[in-house]
Write a new protein. Structure first.
Length: 238
C-alpha cells in the first residue's frame, strides 16, 4: 500500500509546490512593478466663494530626498481658473534612488490675495488650499528677501564629522543660480538671500533653495520665499 500511496503523495506535493512558486512569481513581478515607480498627486482647492476674478495660476513644486541627495522635479501649473477643484500629478516617480527610499514633499507658489495651506503626503496625495484674504501687496513689492535656516536631527551621533559647513544654493524658477551661501555654527546655521528681483525681463521670478547634502544625512526642505526656508538634515542613523 505504501508503494502505491507514496507516488501519489509526492505528485500532489509537487503540484502544490509548483502552484505556490507560480503564485509567488506573479506576486513578486507585480510588486516589483508597483514599487519600482509611483505617481504623486496634488489636489488644489480655491476657498474664495467662487471669486474667480481674483484667482491666478497655481504652480506646484515637488521636492525629493533620498540618502545624501535631494532636489526638485519639474513644476506643475494649473492655468484654468474656472474650476474650484483640480488636480495635477507626477507619474513614474522612482520609489528608490541608489538603494535609498525617495521621500517627496510639495510646495506651492504664493498667490497675491490668498493664503496657502498644504496638507497630506505622497502616499495619500497632497492637498493645497488657497484661502482668499483680499489683502494685496503684489504691486508694491518688486523684490524679496528671505532667510534659510538649517536644523539637525542627529540624536544618535556624537559629532557631525564633515558638517562644519553646508552649502545652500539659490534657485530661480527651479534653475540653479551661481548665488550660494555657507551655513555654519558661527552664523547659527542661518543665512539670508536679500533684495532678489521678482521680475526679470518682464517675467515673474520665484525662488527656492537646495542644499549640498552632507554625508550621512538626508535633507527635507520646507517653506517658501515669503516666509523663508527650513532645511532639516536628518542623520541616516536616527
Amino acid at each position: 500500500m505504501k508503494n502505491i500511496r507514496n507516488p501519489v503523495i509526492i505528485m500532489v506535493f509537487a503540484v502544490f509546490v509548483l502552484i505556490m512558486l507560480f503564485c509567488y512569481c506573479c506576486v513578486h513581478a507585480a510588486s516589483s512593478d508597483a514599487t519600482g515607480h509611483r505617481s504623486i498627486s496634488a489636489t488644489h482647492v480655491w476657498d474664495d466663494g467662487g471669486a474667480s476674478g481674483q484667482r491666478s495660476k497655481v504652480t506646484f513644486h515637488l521636492a525629493w530626498s533620498a540618502g545624501r541627495e535631494c532636489g526638485r522635479m519639474e513644476s506643475r501649473t494649473i492655468s484654468d481658473m474656472s474650476k474650484a477643484k483640480q488636480s495635477v500629478s507626477w507619474d513614474n516617480m522612482p520609489v528608490t534612488r541608489r538603494g535609498e527610499k525617495v521621500e517627496y514633499y510639495i510646495s506651492a507658489e504664493p498667490i497675491d490675495g490668498y493664503s496657502t495651506e498644504v496638507s497630506g503626503n505622497a502616499d495619500q496625495g497632497f492637498n493645497v488650499t488657497n484661502h482668499y484674504t483680499g489683502e494685496s501687496h503684489k504691486k508694491a513689492v518688486k523684490s524679496v528677501s528671505f532667510s534659510v535656516r538649517a536644523v539637525w536631527k542627529d540624536t544618535l551621533r556624537s559629532d557631525r564629522a564633515g558638517t562644519d559647513n553646508i552649502t545652500v544654493w539659490l534657485l530661480a524658477n527651479d534653475l540653479k543660480t551661481g548665488n550660494k551661501k555657507e551655513l555654519n555654527k558661527k552664523n547659527n546655521w542661518t543665512v539670508e538671500f536679500s533684495n532678489l528681483n521678482l521680475t526679470e525681463k518682464g517675467k515673474s521670478v520665484s525662488y527656492t533653495v537646495m542644499e549640498d547634502v552632507p554625508p550621512g544625512y538626508v535633507c527635507m526642505i520646507s517653506g517658501n520665499q515669503e516666509e523663508g526656508f527650513t532645511i532639516m538634515n536628518k542623520s541616516t542613523g536616527d
